[in-house]
Design a protein around this ligand. Structure first.
Ligand code: AMP
Length: 420
């Protein structure tokens, strides 16, 4: 029986990998402009990190983690998100001893045992940004601006930015009680999960996908109704900065992020389309996270953008990314000119031309047929007679025009022809 890939994973093939390269290069470029530096953390971490750093009552921890014992009997988890790991790396490598804030980004695969569907995978990729050590609202606005700028540069349209404030621990003490009182009156209509959430984490009821729970959630008191003066002022400032940057947004008081560690600002970037998987990215502030995973109190704010979702939206919106041509020149070998072909190929590559040649020994006709199929714009033909005269034939595949060019000038000519 043929072995297939595990459910919820994908093979990203040539043709698509070039698109990934574009969205990753755009990410590196924009992060450099915003003065963020790349960090790379392990794909797996001690399970404890996510239990503490994501929160034991979250869907991610309760249902979605790939957790296993390694051969040494340690509980290991494939990272379901990046923030907890980046925060751990910040503490472990004493980045707090460097000038603050520390502005980091990373990209890579995340793993969640979720029900696969369009835009939802078990192995997916996130572009993740974190700022540690900046408590002011300017940092919140900057990461939001970075996320929106990134998506706009890739060509995504009609995005909606939803923002909210979930308050600080102080205001959050007010909300659960208000919520519990409200939900207790509606308990008969809540789903099973939400009934248990009333006591454990009533905020999560607002996040439930169940229709009835959503209806009940729409009328419930919100975090915005409970903000203390400092949190209200912070939120006001974030909004003012977004206005200043001309970034449009909707205040959505129902927005609560799935993760426990958020404080104050929470945001989500949605694309306007029906269907549940319409978030391209989301993030917010998590001033309590560092302490939760065993560090001193360090404020943090950041976001994660799902790259599969970015590609999905680009495709649905008919936006094509400008990818580099996989092949710009092909050397077709005729007669006993193998060594010349090898030399020319090396010259072409030195000029920065994506070049290939025939290695199969097939006829010139077959080589030209192959070249046609690859849609390569230029073919260099090395024939014996021409080689004896120190030239080779350069064929422009679009026009069919053939020119003899001195061997030492071929690479330059091809580079010009292929538009590089
Ligand atoms: P979250 O931290 O859950 O808000 O995830 C941030 C972003 O990652 C989401 O807005 C999605 O774009 C993406 N994402 C989350 N889970 C998945 C998944 N299972 N498959 C694909 N993308 C995902």
């Amino acid at each position: 029986m043929q072995i297939t890939r595990p459910r919820g994973t994908s093979d990203i093939l040539p043709g698509t990998t070039e698109k990934w390269q574009v969205i990753e290069q755009t990410m590196h470029r924009i992060c450099r402009e915003y003065a963020y530096r790349e960090i790379r953390t392990p794909i797996f971490e001690h399970t404890e990190l996510f239990l503490r750093g994501v929160g034991e009552t979250t869907d991610i921890v309760e249902k979605e983690m790939y957790t296993f014992l390694d051969k040494g009997g340690r509980s290991i988890t494939l990272r379901p998100e990046a923030t907890a790991a980046v925060a751990r790396a910040y503490l472990e490598n004493k980045l707090f001893a460097q000038p603050q804030p520390i502005k980091l980004y990373c990209v890579g695969p995340m793993f969640r045992y979720d029900r696969p569907q369009a835009g939802r995978l078990r192995q997916f990729h996130q572009f993740d940004v974190e700022v540690f050590g900046a408590a002011g609202p300017g940092a919140d606005a900057e990461v939001i601006a970075l996320a929106m700028d990134y998506l706009a540069r890739l060509g995504l349209k009609d995005l909606q930015l939803h923002i909210n404030s979930v308050g600080c621990p102080e205001c959050r003490q007010v909300l659960p009680e208000k919520l519990r009182t409200y939900l207790a009156g509606q308990v008969g209509d809540l789903c099973g999960d939400c009934r248990t959430r009333i006591d454990r984490n009533p905020l999560r009821v607002l996040d439930c996908k169940n229709e009835k729970c959503r209806d009940i959630g729409r009328e419930a008191p919100t975090p915005l109704d409970c903000l203390c003066t400092a949190c209200a002022e912070h939120f006001e400032q974030v909004r003012r900065q977004l206005d200043l940057l001309k970034i449009g947004y909707v205040v959505n008081p129902r927005l609560v992020r799935g993760l426990d560690y958020y404080t104050r600002t929470a945001f989500e970037i949605l694309f306007s389309e029906s269907g549940a998987q319409n978030a391209v990215g989301g993030g917010g502030r998590y001033d309590g996270l560092m302490e939760t995973i065993g560090g001193a109190s360090v404020p943090g704010v950041g976001f994660a953008i799902g790259l599969e979702r970015v590609l999905l939206v680009l495709e649905r919106q008919g936006v094509s990314l400008e990818t580099a041509a996989p092949l710009e020149a092909f050397v077709a070998v005729a007669g006993e000119t193998d060594e010349l072909a090898t030399r020319l190929l090396a010259d072409l590559r030195k000029e920065g031309v994506a070049a290939d040649r025939d290695y199969t020994g097939r006829s010139l006709k077959a080589q030209m047929k192959y070249a046609g199929k690859t849609r390569v714009p230029v073919v260099v033909i090395t024939g014996e007679d021409e080689a004896a005269r120190g030239v080779a034939v350069v064929r422009d595949m679009a026009t069919g025009e053939q020119t003899e060019v001195p061997v030492e000038l071929i690479a330059e000519r091809v580079r010009t022809l292929s538009g590089r």
